[in-house]
Design a protein around this ligand. Structure first.
Ligand code: NAP
Length: 280
């Protein structure tokens, strides 16, 4: 039987509709500020998508398109102004920033209660300690997809390919929180194929087109493809060789239409959470 395709697009639409209904009930609507520095076309596309999501959910949004020559001081001043504004509940700085700007300092400048991306050490610390609060959008989106399809990670062997601060690491923590037995792989992993073949839930976030072939997938596994790569024809593709995975996996996320839309839906949920915490 071919794998069940996990429809992130449909679930994201459902979640955004739920957010919209919640926002409708609020006296003051949530507000999100998106900051983009420099002329990165991909980043502009992402920012445009977030603006549309806000419109769909009834969230007030402001977009700051700053020139590439913006100084660290100017950027920090903008973040500081947004930190103080009551109508803005979430601040998002689109990464990567142009060379010469200190990403870490900018990230630390965002007030943790407005850090809807959940990149600030305060929020990452809460996740590590298992305290409630914001969760990073991409791994949170993966967890919601699993839940939607009735896949309980408890007791299952989960292998995550990638250990970045925004995907692999928080994903491992969130899978542990749900009682999975977790292995995290990276470029120094000795035998990636052997590790992956153990996985009942395989989550790939390496950003390497075609890294996960069919022979690396255990029969009946749940395969989540987080990556976004471009193939030779410029099409969006993940790490997983979809045609091969389909014959082995029980569940599979497509790229596009799997994890990507879920990330954006989780951002809307985090913005709603921030607004609630601000008494809206
Ligand atoms: P990243 O910071 O580049 O991290 C990639 C990770 O994968 C690193 O830990 C790296 O290992 C590991 N890796 C790379 N090649 C590998 C290989 N051949 N074998 C084993 N491990 C390997 O990337 P990221 O920000 O986490 O993003 C990962 C992918 O997800 C990208 O394609 C990105 O575009 C995508 N993404 C998608 C969404 C979404 O919403 N769908 C959101 C975020 C990211 P080392 O640590 O050893 O270098």
């Amino acid at each position: 039987m071919p794998a069940v395709r996990m429809d992130g697009k449909a679930l994201a639409a459902k979640i955004k509709e739920q957010v919209r209904r919640e926002v409708e009930k609020m006296e003051r609507r949530p507000g999100l500020a998106v900051i983009l520095v420099g002329d990165n076309p991909a980043a502009r596309t992402y920012a445009g998508g977030k603006k549309r999501d806000c419109e769909q959910c009834g969230v007030y949004s402001e977009e700051y398109l700053l020139p590439g020559g913006t100084s660290q001081e100017e950027l920090l001043e903008l973040v500081s102004d947004l930190n103080e504004r009551e109508d803005i509940d979430g601040i998002l700085v689109q990464h990567p920033l142009p060379e010469g700007l200190n990403e870490k300092e900018v990230l630390l400048a965002i007030r943790p209660d407005k850090d809807i991306d959940c990149f600030h050490p305060f929020n990452m610390g809460r996740l590590t300690l298992g305290e409630p609060g914001f969760r990073p959008c991409t791994p949170a989106g993966v967890m919601r997809l699993l839940e939607e399809y009735g896949i309980d990670p408890a007791g299952k062997r989960c292998v995550i390919v990638g250990r970045s601060n925004i995907v692999g690491k928080p994903q491992a923590l969130m899978m542990m929180e749900k009682n999975a037995t977790v292995t995290v792989c990276h470029t120094k992993t000795r035998d990636l194929k052997a590790e992956c073949r153990q996985a009942e839930i395989l989550i790939s976030a390496a950003g390497q087109l075609g890294l996960i072939s069919g022979d690396m997938i255990r029969e009946g596994a749940v395969v989540i493809d987080v990556a976004t790569n471009r193939d030779g024809q410029g099409r969006l593709r993940g790490d997983v060789v979809e045609a091969e995975a389909e014959a082995k996996a029980a569940y599979l996320t497509p790229v596009p239409g799997g994890v990507g839309p879920m990330t954006r839906a989780m951002l809307m949920e985090n913005t709603l959470l921030a607004a609630r915490r601000h008494g809206k």
